[in-house]
Design a binder for this molecule. Structure first.
Ligand code: GUN
Length: 292
């Protein structure tokens, strides 16, 4: 079994980004600027946003965070999005999800200038992605494609099962893997909560992308020997034996499935670091267009 080292793969990609950022600055252009909007105090979101900030600084990307109270009105958030859309010093921004229930997520995402939508969530980017046109691709699926590329995992003609149909991961992932392109050309089955005979389907998979949002959902008896496992899940499980009071686990029963898999991502240290690296890459692409 080979452990897919997302941290190492992300470091390589970040090194390439840092080199390009340095070249921009050398040619008297300003550094790319990424902004994150964080509404409320969800602990996981706070960690994600601060990790994104640290990673930005490490590659020379300027980063700012707008921290808004959980009681912020939708109107106030729309005004901030509008302000950032118009700010020429900002190349890309993200609105960290989830948002408080009183805010309509769709309305917020639709109001972002798609050229600054480095999350790749705007309908314009999703539409272009479906059609195979150049666009901002959602960071987690893009990060997974980079992992497949780094580990030279063949997808052409393979049976790939994607577990979970979220707008952020499962749906775009299934489309990207089935496209006529490098690290596409797969026969993709998108499974979800209404899928019948799930085990029958997962047992035939050469590659499984688990993004179902349930801790250790995928068990060893659901996969065949030699399967490649990409685990997108990230769950905090209460654990009084750890200093933080919790440990992290994915959507996969790692300990048991690792005995059958040919390659597998750990949690943490698998998909997570690649998501951040892919976000930085999108920011660099946005900045190149914005400042050329
Ligand atoms: N919440 C969980 N993942 C993401 C992501 O990739 N982007 C944003 N904006 N919010 C998230």
């Amino acid at each position: 079994m080979i452990l897919i080292d997302g941290k190492k793969a992300a470091e390589k990609l970040k090194k390439e980004i840092a080199t390009e950022v340095a070249a921009m600055i050398d040619s008297n252009r300003r550094a790319p600027h990424l902004v994150a909007i964080l509404v409320g105090e969800d602990p996981a979101s706070q960690t994600y946003v601060s990790n994104k900030e640290k990673a930005s600084h490490a590659v020379g990307i300027t980063s700012s965070i707008y921290r808004l109270s959980a009681k912020t009105t939708e109107k106030k958030l729309l005004d901030l999005v509008d302000f950032l859309n118009k700010d020429e010093e900002v190349d890309g921004f993200i609105v960290q999800l989830p948002l408080p229930e009183h805010i309509n997520v769709e309305r917020i995402i639709n109001s972002i200038d798609y050229r600054k939508d480095v999350d790749g969530f705007h309908p314009m980017n999703v539409g272009k992605m479906v059609l195979g046109q150049p666009c901002m691709v959602s960071a987690t699926p893009q990060g997974i494609l980079y992992l497949l590329e780094t580990y030279k995992i063949e997808t052409k003609g393979k049976n790939i099962v994607v577990l979970g149909r979220s707008n952020i991961v499962g749906t775009p992932m299934s489309i990207l893997l089935s496209r006529k392109s490098d690290f596409g050309n797969a026969t993709v089955t998108l499974c979800h909560s209404r899928t019948e005979n799930l085990t029958e389907i997962t047992q035939k998979a050469d590659i499984i992308i688990a993004a179902i949002g349930q801790p250790e959902f995928l068990k060893a008896d659901m996969v065949k020997k030699g399967v490649v496992i990409i685990d997108v899940g990230m769950h905090r499980i209460e654990d009084e034996n750890t200093e933080k009071g919790y440990h992290l686990t994915g959507d996969v029963d790692f300990k048991e499935i690792a005995k059958k898999a040919s390659l597998i991502t750990p949690v943490p240290g698998g998909v997570g670091p690649m998501t951040i690296a892919a976000l930085l890459k999108n920011t660099l692409l946005a900045a190149k267009k914005n400042t050329q």
